[in-house]
Structures are given as C-alpha cells and as structure tokens.
Design a protein around this ligand. Structure first.
Ligand code: PLP
Length: 458
C-alpha cells in the first residue's frame, strides 16, 4: 500500500494488511487475531472516527498525549509553514534550526518557578528519561563524584521502554521479557493510599514512603546514588495520586543526601493533572524534568529533558572542557516537531488547559465515583485532573484485584466503545485520560458509556 494512495485504499485491504504485516506494542500478536485493532482514521477536538465511520469520544487522548485535541488548525498550519521552510537539519556539533531555539526559550520561561535553565530535546518520553539518566551520571562525573551511578525509582513506576527506563520501571510485566536489565537501579515503595499494608492516613503514608527512600539511599551508600526518579502522579501504574505531603518530603530527602530529584513529567506535563506541571502542583522544584506527550500533543513526536541551574552549573564550571554532551539523537530538536510544540503550548496557555483539566477531571470523577457503590467489581475510582483510573477487584473487602487473564477490563472497554467512548484497559484497571479540551457533554458521554459498560459486561 503506497502512502500516497492511502485515501483511495480499500478499507478491507487495509485491515488485511495490518493483520498480516504489523506488530502492535503492549499486546500479544495472537490476541489481535481474535480482536483486530481499532483503526482510527480521523479526529476533531475530543472526538475520533474509525475506518468504518463510527465516532467515539476519545477518552484516552491517543495515549495521554493529544492534550490540545485532534485536528487543531493552528498546529497543522505551523507544521505546514515549517515544512515549507525546512523540515530537518542536523542538531549535532553546533548546527540547529530556529524552532528548536524558540521552543527551548519557551520551555525555560514556562518552567521559571522551577528554575530550569537548559533543554536537551529528543523524540519522546523514553528518550527524555534516557537523557536524564545519562546526563545525571555525567553531572556527577563533572562534580568529581563518578561513583554516584545508582538510580532509585518507585514500585509501579513507568519510565518508558528503553533498557534504562525499563530498569527503573516498577511494573513487573514490562520488565520480565527483557531481563537482564541495567544494574544499579532500585525500587522503593510508592505511596498508594488504596493499596498499602500500613495505613489509611495520607500523611502517615507519605512519611513511611519518604522514609523508605531515605533508608534505601542509606543502604546503598549516599555517595553512590545519582538520582531519584518519580512521576508526580504515577500514570501507567494505575493513576496513583500520592498524598500532598509526599513530594515535599521526597525533596527534603534528596537534599539531605545530595541526590538529584528527577520528575518524569511525560504524562503530567502541560496541564493534565490540573497544574501546568505535576511537580508544581505539589509545590516542589525538581532538578531535572522529563517532558514529551503534551509537549507536542502527539502531532509530531518530541521529547525534552530540562535541567535546573544546579545541574547546569556543573557544565558552566567545567574548566577542563571534558563535559561534551556525547548524547543526542538524529532528530534532537526536529524543526517540524518544535514548530508543532510551539503552536501547542500557545493553545495550552491561551485556553488555560490546566484549569480546564482540573474542572473536567472533577466532573468525570464525580460521574464515575458512584460506580464504587453500584458495581460489585469496582474497588476504587481515583484521579487528579484528567488522569483517572478505575480499579477492578474480585473482592471489595480484601481489595483483591481481578484476575487480568479473564479479560474483564477488555470486555468493559469494548462495551464502553459500543456506547461511544474509548477507554483504556490496563490489566486490572481502566484508565481515562481524555484531551484537555473535552467538553462537559463529552465528559458525560464517557461517564454514561462506562456506567452502561458495567451494567452489560460484568
Ligand atoms: N515516562 C512516563 C511517565 C510515561 O508515561 C511514558 C509513556 O507513557 C514514558 C515515560 C515513555 O514515553 P514514550 O512512550 O513517548 O517513549
């Protein structure tokens, strides 16, 4: 199938070619033989349409990313205008293009309360995490402490799919098939109020989990730990919203031992959690921020890693000139991606999408909370902003999760889709993360589709 002929291609040929040639991430190929993938052909705002012309409210924003909504004219215009200038030039060795310069300035300005000072671009979230891992090690080499090589992260963390990120992931299913992973990566308990063996008190839980981090740093030897990585709200792990006091405590612990604090804001960046950045929502300034997804709203792939003044000063003070950044990608600072991002960020600010995410998220949560009472399999509905998860349980008393092998999450997602909303089945949970531009009516379509799904599919 020639790309140029895509519009004229017969839909059935397209489906047959997909079944024959393409592997899809995060699913067993055999599963798709019985349940072929949904092929999305068009989108506007928070609505997408499949190949057969059926439309759905996009309850997932693609994959937590299309924050400004589909088909935005200003973004398309910016992409086209940049393509007409130049699509690409090398970012290596000191050449670049105007959009990457303008976007780096924009990002530093947007992260001023966080004191970010420099940006290194990449192609997506996994790259942004890899960049943070490698440059935090380089930071410690420049600081004369090359033995600081260890990374600590959280149980249930998701930091992408590169071998570095997978080594920090705290979800076993992402790790098992790819072992042995990177040495020197360790996980500590995450503050999950619904599932922890200690307490129902958020403050106490925050203290317990921050102490666990401190103990791990002590155990490893503080002068061997490079950085602690965490998502301000754990997304793929199941929208685990930490207690409000957790991040400030973690900042204190990192400061006590000199460990760098890296906020993986790939999902939480640019408004999704109801604040412009998740760490800002917790009132905490990280040393390094990983950004992707909402940065370019998925129009063109883009990632960015931001470094604060503390980190950058190691390069500024490098009298020996050994601090060359021997890391970067062919498409670092890609001109079209950066032009798209500039247009997206203008929309994020102009339309106050963080505020919108807070308001629409509260409405969606209100719409779904009654499921905790009405459905025998809903243990917990939780979220912040437009990050929401429904935890499916076999037993409400013990909170024992459903057996993911029985496919209930998939059946529920299929039923919701039949009622006009796309939601994401992830093991024992359903996850919701619609575009931040979603309307009240569209929020209600998702809530009603899910209520109907729980009625017919359980
Ligand atoms: N970090 C977090 C917190 C993520 O949620 C993701 C993806 O969902 C990544 C990193 C990886 O991003 P990408 O899939 O763009 O490589």
């Amino acid at each position: 199938i020639a790309a140029a002929a895509l519009e004229r291609v017969d839909d059935n040929l397209l489906k047959a070619a997909n079944a024959k040639y393409q592997w899809h991430p995060m699913v067993h190929p055999k599963r798709l033989e019985q349940d072929p993938p949904l092929i999305i052909a068009r989108g506007r705002g928070a609505v997408v349409e499949d190949l057969d012309g059926k439309s759905y409210v996009d309850g997932v924003a693609g994959l937590w990313c299309v924050n400004v909504g589909h088909g935005r004219k200003e973004v398309i215009d910016a992409i086209q205008a940049q393509l007409a200038q130049i699509a690409y030039f090398s970012p290596f060795d000191g050449t670049t293009t105007p959009p990457s310069i303008l976007l780096s300035q924009k990002l530093i300005e947007m992260t001023q309360p966080e004191d970010m000072a420099r940006v290194l671009f990449s192609n997506g979230g996994s790259d942004a995490v890899e960049t943070a891992m490698k440059l935090s090690r380089q930071y410690w080499r420049l600081k004369g402490q090359p033995q600081r090589v260890k990374f600590i992260s959280l149980m249930n963390a998701y930091h992408g799919t590169h071998i570095g990120g997978v080594s920090m992931n705290g979800i076993p299913s992402f790790r098992a098939n790819y072992e042995p992973l990177l040495p020197n990566c360790y996980q500590v308990e995450c503050p999950w109020i619904y599932r922890n063996p200690w307490t129902n008190d958020p403050k106490e839980l925050a203290r317990i989990c921050a102490d666990a981090l401190a103990r791990e740093i002590e155990f490893q030897g503080p002068d061997t730990v490079a950085a602690f990585f965490a998502e301000p709200i754990q997304g793929a792990g199941g929208v685990i919203v930490p207690p409000e006091t957790y991040w400030p405590l973690v900042r204190e612990v990192c400061d006590r031992y000199g460990v760098l604090l890296v906020a993986d804001e790939v999902v939480t960046g640019f408004g999704r959690s109801g604040a412009m950045f998740g760490s800002r929502g917790w009132g905490v300034k990280p040393d390094i921020m990983c950004l992707a997804k909402g940065l370019s709203s998925g129009y063109v792939p883009l990632g960015a890693t931001l470094f604060n003044k503390r980190v950058v000063s190691a390069w500024d003070d490098d009298a020996t000139f050994t601090g060359a950044i021997m890391h970067g990608y062919t498409y670092t600072g890609h001109a079209v991606a950066c032009a798209a991002a500039l247009a997206c960020l203008e929309i994020v600010e102009r339309e106050d999408l963080p505020g919108r995410a807070a308001a629409m998220g509260a409405r969606l949560l209100d719409g779904l909370k009654p499921l905790e009472q009405s459905s025998a399999v809903v243990g917990n509905v939780r979220g912040k902003g437009l990050m929401i998860a429904i935890d499916l349980v076999a037993d409400k008393e013990t909170r024992e999760p459903i057996d993911p092998g029985e496919g209930l999450a998939y059946r529920l997602a299929d039923a919701a889709r039949a009622h006009g909303a796309i939601v994401r089945p992830v093991g024992t949970k359903l996850i919701l993360s619609p575009p931040l531009v979603i309307s009240e009516e569209q929020v209600d379509v998702i809530a009603n589709a899910l209520k109907e799904a729980f009625r017919v599919a359980v």
